[in-house]
Design a protein around this ligand. Structure first.
Ligand code: GMT
Length: 377
């Protein structure tokens, strides 16, 4: 099968999922064409059966902004035609679903099937903007199939786009070969002493992640016991977070690791993962932490309860309830036997329910169903 994939190439869950899916499909013998503005960050070295088509955008004085989305649609159409793609799978509805719709109009002679995966803020934030709603709706309604990364997001998608394409829930996934428990004593020593608990947060430091709550939760933990906090990632809220750490006099206990490509070892050395997001359609980082045997304390919002089993693989609390999150964290950190039971349950749940192989099979089944159906409309 020949599959085109479009996604944002930069750091973020949707790009990570799209890239890992593409690599896994290629390992299974599919020909995979990434149609992107840049090489996806998780792609890594050369992979057999994987091709990257990166966008070139014309610059001309009359054009006030580069016509990136139109150029992407034209590139999609060219790759569909030249490589006779069976499926064009786009990740994140804006702009990719509308670009794919346009690409299809450009190659009417070639019956490519368009699959759109909605990931989160494409539905929960951008679709609620009047200036974008209709163009997102077009893409969502005119895809041949739509997938959502959680039941929670599927419900929201149906509410916003009642006439959407046939909708399937295919949860995000982890590769246990990469995300598994693994003691890393030398690495851990860099962050925490033997008596200290190590808490971890990984995100793009956007408002929706409530990284400030991570700091507040940690401050309460630190008041009760020796602990360190490792913050991975960067984004708009980073300066405020740094300032808050300073104001709370926690500079010696908080490590800002910045952007990291290899996150698995950082999960592996941590005792607890904190994800107090305002909203999260899935929470891929929580799943990756669990797969590495790290219990998660998170907010009860969106798709997080589909990932974190409350009271079994972590604890969930209302958004903004930093006291409840700190109490849950301390309960786990102060009782090593409970923490290790949660760690084991977390790893077991992540590997059993969200294994890359089963999710790739679900996507392939969907592609095959679409391709064996008659000509798409
Ligand atoms: O929608 C976003 O905020 C961006 C997107 C991304 O590219 O990271 O994140 C969403 O997709 C991830 C992968 O499916 C999910 O794990 C995240 O929960 C989701 N983010 C939100 O819903 C805020």
């Amino acid at each position: 099968m020949r599959i085109g994939i479009s996604c944002y190439p930069t750091i973020g869950g949707s790009g990570a999922v799209a890239t890992e899916l593409g690599k896994a499909l290629a390992r299974r013998g599919c020909e995979v064409h990434f149609i992107v503005t840049d090489v996806p960050f998780r792609l890594g070295e050369f992979h057999r059966n994987v091709f990257v088509h990166a966008l070139d955008i014309i610059s001309y004085p009359v054009l006030r902004t580069p016509p990136a989305d139109l150029a992407l649609a034209a590139l999609m159409a060219r790759v569909v035609r030249e490589h006779r793609l069976d499926v064009l799978h786009v990740h994140y509805a804006l702009p990719f679903a509308a670009c794919a719709f346009l690409a299809k109009q450009l190659v009417p002679e070639h019956p490519v099937r368009v699959v759109t995966t909605v990931h989160g803020t494409d539905v929960t934030v951008l679709s609620q903007d009047r200036t974008l709603y209709d163009v997102i709706r077009l893409g969502v309604e005119r895809s041949d199939a739509l997938t959502a990364v959680s039941y929670s997001l599927a419900e929201q998608t149906s509410a916003w786009f009642p006439a959407h394409a046939p909708l399937h829930v295919i949860h995000n996934f982890v590769d246990p070969a990469v995300f598994h428990p693994q003691p890393q004593p030398a690495l851990r020593q860099l962050f925490a002493g033997p008596e200290e608990a190590l808490c971890l947060h990984v995100s793009n430091f956007r408002r929706v992640k409530r990284v400030m709550d991570v700091v507040e939760v940690f401050a309460l933990i630190r008041r009760a016991r020796p602990a360190k906090l490792l913050l991975v990632g960067e984004g708009p809220d980073l300066p405020d977070v740094r300032a808050r750490v300073q104001a709370l006099d926690l500079e010696r206990d908080v490590v800002f690791a910045g952007r990291q490509d290899q996150v698995a070892p950082l999960y592996q050395v941590s005792d607890l993962f904190l994800l107090p997001s305002e909203h999260e359609s899935f929470g891929l980082v929580a799943l990756e932490a669990m797969a590495c045997g790290v219990p998660v304390v998170a907010s009860r919002t969106g798709g997080i309860p589909e990932v974190v089993a409350d009271g079994i693989t972590g604890f969930l609390a209302p958004v903004g309830d930093v006291a409840a999150m700190a109490a849950a964290a301390l309960q786990l950190l102060n009782q090593p036997s409970q923490r290790s039971a949660f760690a084991q349950a977390a790893c077991e749940r992540a590997h059993r329910l969200f294994h890359i192989d089963s999710k790739v099979r679900e996507y392939l089944r969907l592609y095959e169903q679409l391709c064996t159906r008659g000509e798409p409309g």
